[in-house]
Design a protein. Sequence first.
Length: 297
Amino acid sequence: MPEMQTFQKIRIAEGKMAGKLYLCATPIGNLEDITFRVVRTLKEVDLIGAEDTRNSIKLLNHFDIKTPMTSYHEFNKYDKAKQLVEMMKNGKNIAVITDAGTPGISDPGEELVKQCFAAGIEVTSLPGPAACITALTMSGQKTGRFCFEAFLPKDKKEKATVLEQLKNETRTIIIYEAPHRLAKTLKELQQVLGNRPLTVCRELTKRYEESFQTTLEKAIARYEEKEPKGEFVLVISGKPEEEILQEKRHQWENMTVEEHVKYYVNQGNDRKEAMKLAAKDRGISKRDIYNELIKNG
């Protein structure tokens, strides 16, 4: 049996023994998904920072955890993080939990971790549920390379910028969405990305968990007829490499060899590398590119 972890304190600059920050993953639905280590840690730390104490008290009561809580959320994350860091400097061990899943992922815990590193406070993460990984593994989409966007920005300009960046993303894309915004988001995604394949995951690990493969167009039609319910994770297929190559081919088909090489030079490549890239696009050798450039002066 592995040795049980014991709480250790590190010495900070002033000579005091500092506490430690524990990022504790909590269930995204099914309470049985919590780990023994997380339960034990939540019982043993001095304080728990919770995104919503009213929500988290249900979890703590279920596992008979009596540790005091304090509110740590998006709207107090900077000032409250400073207070928590000071407490850890003075020797307190603090755990942070989110409403569901792993703290720090699309979550104010990110700021606290940043301040802990700046202050020399030790940070550890207790692994467990994360909706993005749960959805990805059951999606049937490619899992080797993926990008996680969490919730798209609410600001129209920011959202447009993010969607434009995703337009040529070849990795699998993971996006969270609330039911009341789902239909609009699906339409915005389809307008920019085209009719991509995706897997819609809903209410992960809960009683009415659902996942199905579809396309953006079919998903839009489905939720025009059926009101979305529950929390959604969209796992969207990346843009096929062949499409990107085809689009690039259309770009240079009407270019001269000199224009093609200049295109890559303007992107910051030296002339030798630019000739190599142009040759690759055209399916010819670099020598052919060189000869063409010489012939045309």
